[in-house]
Design a binder for this molecule. Sequence first.
Ligand code: PGA
Length: 284
Amino acid sequence: MSFFIVFLLFNMNQNYVNSTISYRTPLVVGNWKMNTNLDTSLSLANYLLYNKKLQFKDIEVAILPPIPFFVNVKKLLKNSNIKVGAQNVFHQLQGPYTGKISALMLNSIGCDYVLVGHSERRFICKETDDDINMILKSIYKTNIKPILCIGETKLENELNIQRETIKIQLTKNLNGLTAKQVQQMIIAYEPIWAIGTGLSASSQIAESMHLVIRNLIRKNYGSEIADNIRILYGGSVTPENAEELIKCADIDGFLVGSSSLNGDSFNKIIDITRDENNFSNYLL
Ligand code: PGA
């Protein structure tokens, strides 16, 4: 084993980042959407406690239960390193907004991550790019890290304008954010035609879109931020396609919907992500 490989192995668990080499810890996020009740939330969270890979520092896992069960799930996982996040948040921090939940509230219950701009929020709940920008700005008033979802529709894909779509979304969603703020976020590329359809993007297509995103970040915020920001793939991720996807150099983990509702499948995706990530996330 060469000195170089020993050097890489030594640093694998260190979350090591400097100007010559950086490592993006892979992140697997389970988005349970509106699909669990209290019992199934706790039982799914419990599955994760039996996953031996989660004791390693070179994989990070977060789950996003429906808000009514957040505190119960958080309590169950309190002695683990599994993160717990929210699926949505309103852009105002406080006030007469019946039914809304603010980033301050989420922060007060120990929320680690919050999804922003998921396509179901964009299309069903009519959240605009400007709304998403305001939501991001409110999250940065707390310690929560946003996971910004972007992705093109089936039509945009057919018209071959997916790169332009991503560029517009990123430009509008990140408008006015500082480089430091962008550095703290996670981006999830989720082609809308792949969400919940069983039609995942091929690894070649996903990798090429991740590269487009990373290069846009590079152009606007510099190489250090681009090299360190984690870009997840989402859209019909399963234990069957996770291996090929995670081997791609610019795919740093997954945002998983349907497969996160099955404890075995989700654990398998986590195991594959940790084991097959290899050194693809090391940048020299
Ligand atoms: P899916 O959902 O894995 O069921 O396609 C992904 C998502 O909505 O984030």
